[in-house]
Design a protein around this ligand. Structure first.
Ligand SMILES: Nc1ncnc2c1ncn2[C@@H]1O[C@H](COP(=O)(O)OP(=O)(O)O)[C@@H](O)[C@H]1O
Ligand SMILES: CC(=O)OP(=O)(O)O
Ligand SMILES: [Mg+2]
Length: 385
């Protein structure tokens, strides 16, 4: 490492489909100097991602932490799809940016927002290294048995049709945090991570290495999400096209934006669904039940994939905040060695904590994810090397 002692700060930009999260961290002491979130991009006063990033720059300036600061060492960007090429944090050049642009069809809701973030940051600070940290990177170690779809190999290879997995920065961060929480060596720890945000994915992590994950070619496969269907028989698409007369784009929008919890009950926010269930709303109850049923199946499947499970960790907006989702997901799973302590589960907290009973062979944890800190760590490591 040969970091300059005067340039120890990293700005992290996590551009999502409809939000931008950011953090400014001082890597010398790990302190978080600023953090924020610009939401509902495209719906109200924040017209697009360029406007959102302008707001981020203004918020930082207002705190005397402007992006013009000489203490900045680099900007780290979350990039959702890295394809087969990007399996490590990568210094962004024109050529790298062009490759990220080529991957837009595989992450149409995410990569364009990531690209805008990169372009705006490069414009504001052309002198600074900009680093891309990919959601897909952590999953690139998946065994072929988990990464391959059972389709014609030539076609799959020609079009890059394989399982990439997403939310990798979060799965990596949380699986490390779980080992720390248990006081175990990461290399000895088998964990199922359930990242339940707007997008949601599960992963099976053995000794710090991802061995399976629920998202695939795109962030559409797997769990039921806020607006995405997750797993579905692909023949439903042919049926909707042939019998329903829908176009491919219409079906894409249906499955990505009008499905999941929203499609089942009209709401994609788990808080609102909980409130409606409290009033006896049957649609909200069904949406919750479908969501939980899918999660339980993945917990069972990943128990089999891992052979031995030391911990199950809940993270992201729903996983960190919804005691009802955690309880329902693991209820009655003593057969798998899982026992949730309902009192601990109901307690709120802001740091990593256990919610299993003293005697549960499998620990159950709630771990606040911190994708931005993990991106900052990887960015700083790269620019200092
Ligand atoms: N107190 C809560 N109870 C239940 N769900 C919550 C709570 N707070 C937030 N959420 C859920 O978290 C989701 C957002 O999670 P988050 O990880 O921030 O998503 P993303 O990063 O994909 O935008 C919201 O859609 C909401 O359903
Ligand atoms: C990859 C993905 O689904 O990300 P998000 O949850 O931020 O939408
Ligand atoms: Mg997220």
């Amino acid at each position: 490492m040969n970091h300059s002692p005067d340039r120890t700060r990293v700005l992290v930009v996590n551009s999502g489909s409809s939000s931008v999260k950011y953090q400014l961290l001082d890597m010398a002491d790990g302190n978080r100097l600023a953090a924020g979130l610009v939401e509902r991009i495209g719906e109200g006063p924040v017209a697009d991602h360029t406007a959102a990033l302008k707001q981020v720059a203004d918020e930082l300036s207002a705190q005397g932490l402007g992006i013009d600061s000489p203490a900045l060492a680099a900007v780290g960007h979350r990039v959702v799809h890295g394809g087969t090429r990007f399996t490590e944090p990568t210094l962004i050049t024109d050529e790298v940016l062009a490759e990220i642009e080529k991957l837009v069809p595989l992450a149409p809701l995410h990569n364009p927002a990531n690209i805008t973030g990169i372009k705006v940051a490069r414009q504001l600070r052309p002198d600074l290294p900009q680093v891309a940290v990919f959601d897909t990177a952590f999953h690139s170690t998946m065994p072929e048995a988990a990464a391959r779809y059972a389709i014609d190999t030539d076609t799959a290879d020609r079009y890059g049709v394989r399982r990439y997995g997403f939310h990798g920065t979060s799965h990596a961060y949380v699986s490390k945090a779980v080992a720390e929480l248990l006081g175990k060596d990461l290399a000895e720890t088998h964990t199922i991570v359930l990242h339940l945000g707007n997008g949601a994915s599960a992963s099976a992590v053995a000794g710090g290495v991802c061995v399976d994950t629920s998202m695939g070619l795109t962030p559409l496969e797997g769990l039921v999400m806020g607006t995405r269907s997750g797993d579905i028989d692909p023949a439903a698409i042919f049926h909707l096209a042939r019998v329903g007369g829908m176009s491919v784009d219409e079906i894409d929008t249906l499955l990505n934006k009008r499905s999941g919890l929203l499609g089942l009950c009209g709401d994609n926010d788990m808080r609102e669904i909980g409130r409606r269930m409290g009033e006896g709303d049957q649609d909200a109850q069904l949406a919750f039940d479908v969501y939980i049923h899918r999660l339980r199946k993945y917990v069972g499947a990943y128990t089999a994939v891992l052979g031995r499970v030391d911990a199950i960790a809940f993270t992201a907006g729903v996983g960190e905040n919804s005691a009802a989702v955690r309880e329902a997901t693991l209820r009655g799973l003593a057969v798998l060695g899982v026992e949730v302590d309902t009192v601990r589960n109901a307690l709120r907290g802001t740091s990593a904590r256990l919610i299993s009973t003293e005697n549960s062979p499998v620990a159950v944890a709630v771990v606040p994810t911190d994708e931005e800190r993990e991106i900052a760590t990887q960015t700083y490591r790269l620019v200092g090397a």
